[in-house]
Design a protein around this ligand. Structure first.
Ligand code: ADP
Length: 349
């Protein structure tokens, strides 16, 4: 039996084969070191050798035997190994049934490993986000160079407009990545001044309202006339609000969008409400994470916008979050501290 599993010893992953009765049939070298197994592990109960707990600390006893008896493939899940000194080692566990039981594979899910994975996810996403506009730029320029005379001026203009947009997309991505690295390093630089939020919000509404894709759309703005100025970096404030408004226009294309701004409890409260598809409860935190996009999201985007918005809001001592009822719409809230309390009083005439 042992020899059947000798190939597992070549793997860099930790693999343990558990029989239907829950005893260890084979453990490769990597598993022996990662799980701290004794040399003579074969034939002993897996649960006794490898004390696993779930995220809440509840023991997963009998789990291996139960799974080994079943036919289900176990999707990757995070478990913790209880070490002899009481500490816990996070592990990513996957399982696959085979005729005689179950093949369990473990991956170290500690901080460094998570960082390594995050880094390779970043490279994959960034390469994709750069490659797809470049492919389009290359395709259109080549077509125009080869068949210049065959196209009308209008057709050429359309192709140039696409190239122009694709170039903007790459520039935007690079700008976003720089913002992300500043946020990650805690080095967001704010040029704070007293800002008239109404001016910023109306300017954004004007800009996005005039874009071709925003034409004819309802973008309603309601700013409390008594709102005192906010102590903020005006460019960053514009960036945060633009992101929320553009998202509403993008993800809720058929719905009116309402921006409201008011002072509440010494803070500026800005909300952007749409009546679009909404966001499922289990996605509401994820979308604020780096590269966090809604499940199966197909529209263009990098998933960095809300991460940056949150980073900028926090750098201002504020917060951002979202409420949503799936099927009915979403409201994104941005709360920032107000400036010094004195109101701007119109000069006496
Ligand atoms: P991006 O738009 O580039 O994907 P964001 O960080 O701005 O990145 O948004 C993250 C995800 O949140 C989006 O991919 C989308 O799935 C979801 N989302 C954001 N705003 C809305 C909204 N108003 N309605 C529904 N989903 C939204």
């Amino acid at each position: 039996m042992m020899e059947d599993f000798a190939a597992f010893d070549l793997l860099s992953e930790a693999v343990v084969v558990v029989g239907r009765d829950g005893t260890v049939v084979h453990a490769n070298d990597r598993a022996t070191s990662l799980l701290g197994l004794p040399r003579a592990a074969v034939g002993k109960a897996f649960d006794e050798l490898v004390p696993l707990v779930d995220e809440s600390g509840a023991p997963l006893e009998g789990e291996a035997a139960r799974l080994a008896g079943g036919r289900l493939r176990l999707a990757e899940r995070l478990v913790h190994l209880l070490l002899p000194d009481g500490r816990r080692r996070p592990l990513a566990l996957t399982g696959r049934p085979f005729a005689g039981g179950l093949v369990l594979s473990f991956r170290n899910a500690g901080r460094r490993e998570r960082l390594d994975r995050a880094r390779s996810d970043l490279v994959a996403t960034v390469s994709h986000e750069i490659r797809s506009p470049l492919t389009s730029v290359k395709g259109f320029t080549r077509t125009m160079l080869l068949r210049w005379e065959r196209f009308s001026d209008d057709q050429k203009r359309t192709m140039l407009a696409t190239i122009n947009e694709d170039a903007d997309r790459v520039t935007r991505l690079l700008t976003e990545l720089l913002d992300v690295s500043r946020i990650d390093a805690g080095r967001v630089q704010l040029r704070r001044q007293l800002v008239d939020v109404a001016g910023v919000v109306y300017a954004i509404a004007d800009k996005v309202g005039h874009r071709p894709e925003g034409a004819g759309r309802d973008l309603l703005v309601d700013v409390d006339r008594d709102l005192p100025p906010v102590l903020a970096d005006p460019d960053k404030l514009e960036q945060m609000v633009t992101n929320l408004v553009e998202n509403a226009l993008k993800y809720a294309p058929e719905s009116p969008v309402q921006v409201r701004v008011a002072a509440e409890d010494e803070r500026m409260h800005l909300s952007v409400t749409d009546r679009g598809p909404g966001i499922a409860p289990d996605q509401r935190r994820r979308i604020f994470e780096k590269f966090g996009r809604g499940r199966g999201e197909r529209r263009t985007g990098t998933g960095l916008g809300l991460f940056i918005t949150r980073g900028l809001a926090e750098a201002h001592g504020g917060t951002v979050w979202c409420d949503s009822t799936p099927g009915e719409g979403s409201t994104f809230h941005l709360v920032l501290p107000l400036g010094p309390t004195q109101r701007v009083v119109p000069a006496a005439s």
